[in-house]
Ligand binder design. Sequence first.
Ligand code: ADP
Ligand code: ZN
Length: 439
Amino acid sequence: MAKNYYQPEMETMPLEDIQQLQSEKLVKQVKHVYENVKYYRDLMDAKGVKPEDIKGIEDLHKLPFIKKDDLREAYPYGMLATDLNKCVRIHSTSGTTGKRVVAFYTQHDVDMWEECCARAIVAAGGTNDDVCQVAYGYGLFTGGAGLHGGSHKVGCLTLPMSSGNTDRQIQFMMDLNATILCCTPSYAAYIGETLKEKGYKPEDNKLKAGIFGAEPWTEEMRHDIEKNLGIKAYDIYGLTEISGPGMAFECEEQHGMHINEDHFIAEIINPETGEVLPVGEKGELVFTALDKEAFPMMRYRTRDICVLSREKCSCGRSFIRMTKPLGRSDDMMIIRGVNVFPSQIEAVLLNCGYAPNYQIIVDRVNNTDTFDINVEMKEEDFSDIPVGITNREKELQSAMKAMLGINPKIHLVAPKSIARSEGKAVRVIDKRKRLGITI
Ligand code: ADP
Ligand code: ZN
């Protein structure tokens, strides 16, 4: 194998060939969906589009979108395109933003997904000499199963830890010489913190790489984790509705995630109007899965906001790259009329030397939004002298004001007082929801 590729013939295919392949697959897939999924056939009929109208990727924009609400409406079997007896697996979303969605997989679908994860592991330097510790949750969540399958395909020695039981994670990591760690970035940060507490230095572990995703994380958090664990930290992206993690992954450049374009077409749209935007503009990511049998998704609106780039990558992959999602469109808080993303807050905290342990609390009192951020102090900064703390709260407040344009109330709290996450971290508590305010 020339470089860090799992399937070089696909990963380095010239753009024209990729697009040709996408067109051929799209024509077939539209027929498959139209014939087998009544829900989507009705959407196409309502829009006046027939399968024959789709002759290639240039016609993609004619197809109707699928939204998360459609999947909730069609729950559980309404989007199924094959007989249930061809399906071998069910997974479900984490339900981060509402009712869970269930997705079905045939063996072919599982293989395709696991190959995507294998590409991600190999891109992070993984080979059959590696010991791959999978500390994403196993079960309905796609994180554990996806990386587990990918690790097997690469031939790594797989440590199927699942998430949680951090003492045991660390014991096995050290005793069995894990070289690759896969988990959410917030859990990676927690493992790093616990290693330090136990007296381990970054060079005491054998880890060389981490593959972290399933939730938003900032560049600042990446640097923190890399430093604390002594590794290179790679981002990985995916969603259950389309398959799971591995739809996009970082290469050694660590500069945006390559989308597996032989399996998925990515578009960026204006989330308000649905208009397709040119590559390079910021908007909502939309995916069309080209190879799925059981749960085929056409123009699925992810609600993740990001930017795509066709700039050539030094790794040699021709797949388009996506930036880290800047947040979900439904993650965005509107506080006193200003748009605020948790990722902006995290960036300020890490820039100011705090650890990524924080919680944002928004409420509405007397018709005015209140905006509080609890931020944990590091052990070494913790003092009982309230004056010092008040000054530091003020400093942090003005840094936040400069980034966000509005003033939060900062509360520096004791180390370890904010609950750690073994899966996706809960960063925002929006109490306005009890008032029926849906922002
Ligand atoms: P849920 O939407 O209920 O959390 P999933 O477990 O399928 O369900 O999670 C998919 C979502 O997780 C994506 O739509 C995206 O918002 C988020 N996500 C996944 N990977 C990343 C990543 N690397 N960076 C930021 N967000 C991510
Ligand atoms: Zn690359």
